[in-house]
Structure formats: C-alpha cells, structure tokens
Design a protein around this ligand. Structure first.
Ligand code: FES
Length: 153
C-alpha cells in the first residue's frame, strides 16, 4: 500500500465515510501532504463511495485545498473588494519584489508559495494576508516584507 493510500485510509477511519466528512478528510490530507494528489482524491472517492469528479470538484472549489505541491510556507493575500480598495495591489507588488516571483508561484528555494484568496474575514483591518495560519492585518508594503523576512531569520 502506498503512503498516500495509507494516509487516506487512516484519515477516513478518523472521520467516517459520510458525505459530510469529505471536507475534513481533504483538509487533513492537505495538512499532512501539503497538497492533494490525484491518487489521494481517487482513494477518497472509493472509500466514500463518491465519484472522483465530485471529490475533485469539491477540492478545486476551495482555494485552501491545494492541488499542486506548494512551498514550505504559504502566503495568501486577500483579493476581495475591501482589501482591494485598501491597497492590496501595492502589497502584492512589494511581496513579489521581495520574493522575486509573481502571485501563484513558489520561490526557487521552496520556502514560500504566494497565492491570493477570497475574503479571509479581516476586512475591517485590511489589507490582510495569511502566512500559513497566522493573520497579518493593516498591511503596508513594509509590514508585509518584514513579516516575510521573519521567516528567513
Ligand atoms: S475583504 Fe479582505 S479580509 Fe475581507
């Protein structure tokens, strides 16, 4: 049995095989493997008696369920209207310059992936971003770059 299949089996045992277990199962797999492989999604579909298309559809709908290998740390900048109006483009530019990648890419050292996300619930303190699970609010270009630099020290 491949490590992926083993992980899927373990995760399904933990959450059960009901349809509503699909999201927590996918989230746990992403947490362990950093992204969802086709093998994992097919195995989840088999065990939950769903079609692979349904599992893939759910996974691709939620931006937090990665379908590609990502860097060690994931930056997600909010692209929704309030953050947009509060200057998120300037923040994106500063991060792109700091990491020498454009949004959607991973740095060559594998340290960061830089993604955008829909509203992360901090509109009142925007522009906002997450680095992994940590929230950074009221961003300025400098504040965003300083946050990234912390991960290099
Ligand atoms: S609009 Fe950016 S956090 Fe809500």
């Amino acid at each position: 049995m491949s490590p992926t299949v083993e992980l899927v089996k373990r995760t399904v045992e933990k959450h059960g095989t009901k349809r509503e277990s699909l999201m927590p199962i996918l989230q746990d797999i992403v947490q362990e493997q950093r992204y969802l492989t086709d093998e994992a999604m097919v195995e989840v579909a088999n065990l939950l008696d769903l079609s692979a298309a349904e599992v893939y559809g759910t996974a691709s709908f939620y931006t937090f369920l990665d379908l590609k290998p990502r860097g060690e740390n994931i930056i997600r900048i909010c692209k929704t209207i309030t953050c947009y109006m509060k200057g998120k483009d300037e923040i994106i530019k500063a991060i792109e310059d700091r990491l020498k990648i454009t949004i959607g890419e991973t740095t060559s050292d594998g340290k960061f992936s830089f993604l955008d996300a829909n509203c992360i619930g901090w509109c009142h303190e925007g522009p906002a971003m997450l680095i992994n699970d940590k929230v950074y609010t009221k961003l300025t270009p400098k504040k965003a770059v300083d946050a990234i630099n912390e991960y290099y020290s």
